[in-house]
Design a protein around this ligand. Structure first.
Ligand SMILES: [Zn+2]
Length: 453
């Protein structure tokens, strides 16, 4: 990931004002985070750098607007002033101040949840009579927003963020947004104060009736990481190649053995269930041509469950990863591609629509049996946020699907669908030209899934 230097927990695109989308990053400071040095008299080394308290009533009663100095020359590799301020908070360089949001043009970084107290109003825990005639406290009751610098772009982003928060927390711009000055008398937000009414009008103008102004969350995951004994790799530009050959020596820098297959006359392999793959007859055994000519066109094999050479999958709807010509990849159960797709490959369902696949109700009816689920190394293909991920590792139970072993290992990773691909003696993972995981031997396998780094 190169879009930010500071890792983030989540990222959403706020499209409340479709002409001015705002990228909202969050990296919430947890209660367990302790200062690495003295940051203030009330936040000494080893103590939390925030109040660690929920808002007084459990919900925000208002929003406090601040201005802070721009960073004309970014340092530390940070991409925006908001990111650099967020990093400075995490690095214990913000003195005793901690706020919900930093704002720079088109970008916000969130450090505190919307419903916890911060340190920003310069008035401690004191109360004032607010615009609604009730007692209210800047630090204890309001979401704090630091708009960085005097640019109109940053100010507008701040107004859009406040419009979003007003909608979300049922707040009124004219009544519930306060300048920092209201709490302590400090001349803040210094650049907005002279045009306060205009600023509030901009917030109001950005409150639209759009039903769902936020895109689905995009998780910030590294391209390769491990969880619960499994390794996960982001598969950019995934492709499926028909090989019928050595599992170790395919001429691609990144690949895994992929779909299930059977052995036929003269040792050739033929695919099981659905497979749509690039195929090069000139490199294949003559029998491949004999068997597959009818389902191949212009170098593309489109092999459906109905074309199977064993009865196992005939007429069955089998979970299949589909990489369409246009649009995002998905996993769905069917018995034939029915139309043009770029690539497709079947596997045993492990996660279906975010839920644990049932061995009896989901897997067996597809035609699978228990022979490919024993404790061994295997590959999986998963879908998360519209991307294909390769997952591999060893299972320990006799049936990793009926025991929910793989489901439990991936639970919480946010996959909508996962299928198990072939494993055991076929298992191989090649990355950057090197075999990084494989079982022994060099078995003849039928097809592989390649990707780019
Ligand atoms: Zn302020």
């Amino acid at each position: 990931m190169t879009e930010t230097t500071l890792p983030f927990d989540s990222k959403v695109i706020l499209t409340l004002n479709p002409k001015k989308p705002v990228t909202m990053y969050s990296k919430i400071v947890p209660n367990s985070f302790k200062a690495t040095k003295d940051v203030a008299s009330y936040a000494l080394k080893g103590q939390p750098i925030k109040p660690c308290k929920a808002m007084r009533t459990g919900v925000p009663l208002g929003i406090t607007a601040h201005n802070t100095n721009d960073i004309p020359k970014l340092s530390g590799g940070y991409k925006t002033p908001a990111e650099q301020y967020a990093a400075a908070t995490w690095n214990c360089n913000m003195g005793g101040a901690i706020v919900q949001y930093y704002v720079s043009p088109g970008v916000t970084w969130q450090l505190l949840s919307d419903i916890e107290q911060g340190w920003h109003s310069g008035a401690g825990s004191t109360y004032k009579t607010g615009n609604r005639g009730t007692q209210i406290s800047g630090n204890l009751d309001t979401i704090s927003i630091e708009i960085i610098g005097s640019s109109s772009e940053a100010e507008e982003t701040g107004a859009i963020l406040m419009a979003f928060l007003c909608k979300k927390h049922k707040l009124e711009p004219a009544l519930d947004i306060y300048p920092h000055k209201f709490w302590s008398g400090k001349q803040c937000p210094i650049w907005i104060l002279p045009r306060w009414d205009k600023f509030i009008a901009t917030v109001k103008a950005n409150i639209s009736p759009a039903a769902n102004p936020v895109s689905p969350p995009v998780t910030s995951k590294p391209d390769r990481y491990a969880v619960s004994g499994l390794t996960l790799i982001r598969a950019k530009n995934p492709q499926i190649k028909y090989v019928d050959g050595s599992k170790l020596n395919q001429p691609y820098p990144n690949y895994i053995n992929a779909g299930f297959w059977g052995t036929f006359d003269e040792g050739i392999t033929l695919p099981g269930a659905n497979l749509c793959a690039d195929i090069d007859f000139t490199k294949l055994h003559r029998l491949q041509k004999y068997y597959l000519e009818k389902v191949t066109k212009n170098g593309k094999l489109v092999f459906n469950c109905m074309d199977n050479f064993v009865k196992q999958f005939k007429g069955k709807n089998v979970s299949t990863l589909v990489i369409p010509e246009t649009g995002k990849p998905y996993i769905k159960a069917f018995n034939g591609f029915g139309g043009a797709v770029k690539y497709g490959i079947s596997g045993m369902p492990v996660i279906i629509g975010g839920k644990d696949a049932s061995w009896t109700n989901d897997v067996l009816p597809q035609g699978w049996d228990s022979s490919p689920v024993y404790a061994t190394y295997r590959n999986f293909a998963g879908i998360r946020d519209g991307e294909v991920w390769i997952i591999f590792g060893a299972s320990k139970t006799a049936n990793h699907i009926s025991t929910s072993e793989t489901f439990n290992a991936l639970k919480g990773e946010g996959f909508s669908d996962v299928i198990a691909l072939d494993g055991g003696g076929s298992f191989v993972v090649k990355e950057n030209g090197k075999i990084t995981a494989a079982t022994t031997g060099d078995r003849r396998i039928n097809n592989i899934l390649t990707w780019e780094v």
